[in-house]
Write a protein that binds this ligand. Structure first.
Ligand SMILES: Nc1ncnc2c1ncn2[C@@H]1O[C@H](COP(=O)(O)OP(=O)(O)O)[C@@H](O)[C@H]1O
Ligand SMILES: [Mg+2]
Length: 362
């Protein structure tokens, strides 16, 4: 059994490690030099939309998946008659355009922040009139880790927002004064069997995920989030892992965005769940029975961003994952997971790790 994975970054690497444990071979497609997944399989070093490389991948694999959202959908259409592609390209298409994504949430009755399409400078004024201040202007495509976003707090910010982002297809969103952020990860296999992970509570710093902790002791929120994710999985006839990011506002959940792939807020599941999101993604696309998503203790994860301080490698009882990437400001280089018997102990441990990671980083 051979799986083709488009993208060979850290998500590809962690999929590759999970595949090894299942006795499944992986081959990756990625134009970068020595990407993280080099550690776990052959990498075809060609552009994601290279027809010959895609044909080679399709011909040599039983199933193809992808580890990042910006795979050109046309590239997938080119090979979908040759090989099964999961998650379905239709899901990818929705996630690539924030407008299509929001229209999908609306269509499925999943609540979300107010939004307004922005094509011109005047559209921002109209968005302010309709949504009130503050709003956040986002590029509709290609944003990640908070990039391609501008928060308009007062009328005077509108020009700067337009100067920074004008020229792209944009969308304005209500700035949500959320209590905190959660994500809900679900997995569906070819037969339609579905499992859902416990909620993760996520904290971002500068638009980049810094910590996740799971489970979250809010059964009503977890039920609601599970319902939303199941609705999406069914509607999209989805196969694989999907992550839905949500804002918690009192007892209401507002959908922010979804990712049709394994997700950074589920990395804790490698040590903190009976079956990791990576293993379940592979089980889903191979149409094998899905593994239990029961938690093993209380998990916490801290991302290693920009550099990996020596002190971070020396914390007792912490699981350090180094993706083998070269340091660069704002780049995700690895993560650390901790597991405790109780939530309070986990929070304390996580705080210590967070402090160690950030105090010694440059
Ligand atoms: N409308 C909003 N209201 C409040 N915070 C927001 C809003 N949109 C984004 N954010 C903050 O910025 C982070 C990154 O934005 P997101 O839309 O998830 O983009 P990305 O694709 O970069 O993850 C969110 O997780 C949240 O912390
Ligand atoms: Mg996000």
């Amino acid at each position: 059994m051979r799986i083709g994975i488009i993208g060979a970054g850290q998500l590809g690497q962690m999929l590759g490690f999970a595949a090894r444990d299942l006795g499944v071979e992986c081959v990756f497609l990625d134009p970068s030099d020595q990407p993280p997944a080099t550690a776990c399989g052959e990498v075809i070093q060609r552009p994601f939309d290279d027809p010959a490389a895609l044909a080679e991948l399709a011909a040599s694999c039983d199933v193809v998946t992808y580890e990042f959202e910006n795979v050109p959908v046309e590239a997938l259409h080119r090979i979908e008659d040759e090989v099964a592609i999961y998650p379905p390209p239709g899901a990818l298409q929705h996630s690539q355009d924030r407008l299509a994504e929001k229209q999908l949430f609306d269509h499925l009755g999943i609540p979300l922040p107010g939004y307004h399409v922005v094509d011109t400078r005047e559209d921002i004024d109209a968005a302010v009139d309709r949504l009130g201040l503050p709003i956040v202007i986002k590029t509709r495509r290609l944003g990640y880790d908070g990039k391609g976003q501008f928060v308009v707090r007062e009328q005077a910010d509108v020009d700067a927002a337009w100067q920074t982002l004008g020229g792209n297809d944009l969308i304005a969103e209500q700035w949500v004064p959320f209590d905190y952020e959660v994500s809900c990860i679900g997995v569906r296999n070819v037969d339609g069997d579905t499992v859902i992970y416990p909620l993760a509570h996520n904290v971002h710093e500068g638009g980049i995920l810094r910590t996740s902790r799971s489970p979250v002791d809010e059964p009503a929120l977890a039920d609601t989030a599970e319902h939303y994710v199941r609705t999406m999985l069914e509607h999209l006839d989805y196969v694989g892992t999907l992550a839905l990011e949500l804002f918690v506002c009192g007892d209401t959940l507002l959908a922010n965005e979804f990712a049709p792939r394994v997700h950074n807020s589920g990395h804790w599941s490698i040590e903190g769940s009976e079956t990791s999101q990576f293993e379940n993604h592979l089980r889903a696309i191979l149409n094998r029975p899905l593994g239990s998503t029961a938690s093993i203790g209380h998990a916490g994860m801290v991302n290693l961003i920009g550099d990996i301080p020596e002190a971070a490698r020396k914390i007792d009882d912490a699981y350090v994952h180094d993706y083998g990437k070269s340091p660069r400001p704002g780049r995700k280089l690895g993560h650390i997971t901790v597991i405790s018997d109780a939530a309070a102990a986990r929070d304390k441990f996580l705080d210590t790790v967070h402090r160690t990671v950030t105090q010694s980083s440059s």
